[in-house]
Ligand binder design. Structure first.
Ligand SMILES: [Zn+2]
Length: 218
């Protein structure tokens, strides 16, 4: 059961191609497991189409028709292989796979970031504003208390945590900004793996956590 979803602003911006690559990727990963947001996105797109139909006609550039016809005549892109191979990345808890949206992204091996905690870097060649991480945190472990200089998006792949604001489980999506100071604590019983997209930096409260964060570049 998914309780936390991207807002309509995120879904509309994704549909319009206006999200930064890292943000688009996290919303896409959410859509892979959330039928409610897929339906919502389709509804929003239908509304957008209806608004376009109602819009006043505008004069097009002279070459627009020729360009459109050219596109229609050009051969379609090659069809996707029917059985795509699983996304390659470091080991995940049993039964969990890397989301298909990460296809084509280079995922590093797991690196130590504290007792029971690992991180992997996910390379996004087109991303200019942020960094993408996978975090694996063991049962009962917690990330140091931190705020954010700009924005952090989180998508839970497995396991669950609470951070004082709410509880987050598999499939949940979260947005935090400079107003949020939180400490995610993983529930007992299962390891939690999240994708985290960070614009700016995390601002850790403790000195050691700050040093580790700085060393990792988070
Ligand atoms: Zn959703």
């Amino acid at each position: 059961m998914i309780h936390h979803h991207p807002t309509d602003d995120f879904l509309l911006a994704l549909a319009a191609g206006r999200l930064a690559p890292g943000q688009a990727l996290l919303v896409s990963v959410h859509l892979e497991s959330c039928a409610a947001c897929c339906a919502r996105l389709h509804a929003l797109q239908a509304v957008g189409g209806a608004l376009l139909e109602d819009a006043e006609p505008q004069l097009l550039a002279p070459e627009s028709l020729a360009r459109t016809l050219e596109r229609i005549d050009s051969p379609p892109p090659p069809a996707r292989a029917p059985l795509a191979r699983p996304v390659q990345g470091p080991a995940l808890p049993a039964g969990v796979q890397w989301p298909a949206s990460l296809r084509g992204c280079a995922i590093s091996r797991w690196h130590w970031m504290g007792p029971g905690m690992r991180f992997a870097r996910i390379a996004l060649p087109q991303e200019k504003d942020g960094t993408l991480w996978a975090l694996q945190i063991g049962p009962g472990r917690s990330l140091a208390q931190h705020s954010h200089t700009r924005l952090e998006l989180t998508q839970v792949l497995c396991g669950s945590f609470r951070d004082g604001r709410s509880a987050f489980g598999p499939g949940d999506f979260d947005v935090t900004d400079p107003d949020v100071l939180h400490q995610p604590v993983v529930d007992e019983g299962a390891t939690c793996v999240c994708l985290a997209y960070v614009e700016g930096k995390l601002r850790f409260e403790g000195r050691i956590a700050g040093l580790i964060g700085g060393w990792i570049g988070m």
